[in-house]
Design a protein around this ligand. Structure first.
Ligand code: F7E
Length: 328
């Protein structure tokens, strides 16, 4: 019989790519969805019929225990979080409840139902924040710069702590930014690719942005979910940086994105002070040597190709008449 996996945050970018990967590998996949939300299964179109959905909430301990009892997974992948850094200053308590304590609830649910279940925890490069060294490795100290980064640091350490306290097979992927055409519209990459397509189709004139000098190590989400799966196939649990090793500014992203459709970004982009963050993460670049050596993992999509594929996908979507407008 095939293995079974339980995914929280299954309707999001990473959850949907991982569901596709696991189904291809013959897994039975169960996805956790919130009952009071209007679940958008758009990203799961390809595998919707093959994923079993259970209702529950990362904020509700009992619902997690019941969901695990019902699905009896071999592996749990925890993507559920308030994942938008910008919103973490306006909803700091919710961010802490979901992104930090949510991890403890998942760990407790695993301990209660079956401590042999393996866990993947989605840690984040935002934990490095005001970086202590360049590039960042698994040993680089954390200095988070947002309530989100602080919450992720808690989630990371509680995962390490349960591994050490209860010998659980719990691993964290310290993932640097990873994007795709399924990225949420609030994140800068997709905000740009969506705006480029709308501007090209004369549905929008300008694009308001905050700090375009920030630089990130941007990879392709489809590559990153492979690393997550590999982590849970190892005999021993561990923490791994998942990154491309290259960094690029938002400005460089703009240059490639606009020129993909023959436009000049300077003609359309306006600075908006309201989009500046109270504390910024200026520069991130990861060293994924450990993942390369122990997991045999490496990224396959270049920065240029990533930007172009996002613009192409949004051009096609807007061309079909599907329209997403974002005001922040
Ligand atoms: O911002 C700057 C912004 O929101 C990237 C999440 O997946 O990756 C992501 O966090 C940069 C920042 O992603 C706008 O100030 C300028 O410097 O796309 P972002 P993020 O904050 O790096 C990490 C790894 C995670 O774990 C998170 O969950 O772009 N920026 N102007 C802007 N950013 C946004 N969103 N919107 C702007 O208008």
């Amino acid at each position: 019989m095939g293995k079974s996996a339980f995914i929280t945050g299954v309707t999001g970018q990473d959850g949907s790519y991982l569901a596709e990967l696991l189904i291809e590998k013959g897994y039975n996949v169960t996805g956790l969805v919130r009952r009071n939300s209007n679940p958008n299964l758009e990203h799961l179109k390809a595998v919707r019929e093959r994923v079993r959905f259970v209702h529950g909430d990362i904020l509700d301990q009992r619902s997690l225990i019941v969901a695990l009892e019902e699905s009896q997974p071999d592996e749990v992948y925890n993507f559920a979080a308030q994942s938008f850094v910008g919103a973490s200053w306006t909803q700091p308590v919710l961010t802490g409840e979901a992104t930090a304590l949510g991890v403890t609830r998942i760990l407790e649910a695993i301990r209660t139902v079956n401590p042999k279940i393996r866990l993947y925890q989605a840690s984040s490069s935002e934990m490095y924040g005001k970086v202590r060294e360049v590039p960042q490795t698994e040993r680089t100290p954390f200095h988070p710069r947002s309530p989100y980064g602080v919450a992720k640091a808690y989630g990371h350490y509680i995962t390490v702590n349960y591994r050490e306290s209860f010998q659980m097979h719990a691993s964290s992927g310290i993932c640097f930014n990873h994007e795709s055409p399924r990225r949420g519209l609030e994140f800068v990459t997709r905000k740009i690719s969506n705006a480029v397509a709308r501007i090209k189709h004369c549905q929008q004139k300008e694009l308001k942005l905050g700090n375009i000098e920030a630089s990130r190590d941007w990879g392709y989400a489809g590559d990153y979910v492979k690393a997550m799966w590999l982590m849970l196939q190892q005999t021993e649990p561990d923490d791994y940086v998942i990154a491309t090793g290259e960094t690029h500014s938002v400005r460089e992203f703009l240059e490639i994105a606009f020129s993909r459709v023959g436009l000049n970004w300077q003609d359309h982009v306006k600075f908006d002070q309201n989009l500046m963050r109270p504390a910024e993460v200026d520069h991130l670049v990861g060293d994924a040597s450990l993942a390369r050596e122990k997991l045999g993992w490496k990224p396959t999509v270049t920065f240029q190709r990533l930007v172009e594929s996002m613009v192409d996908a949004d051009m096609e979507r807007v061309g079909r008449g599907e329209n997403h407008w974002i005001s922040w």
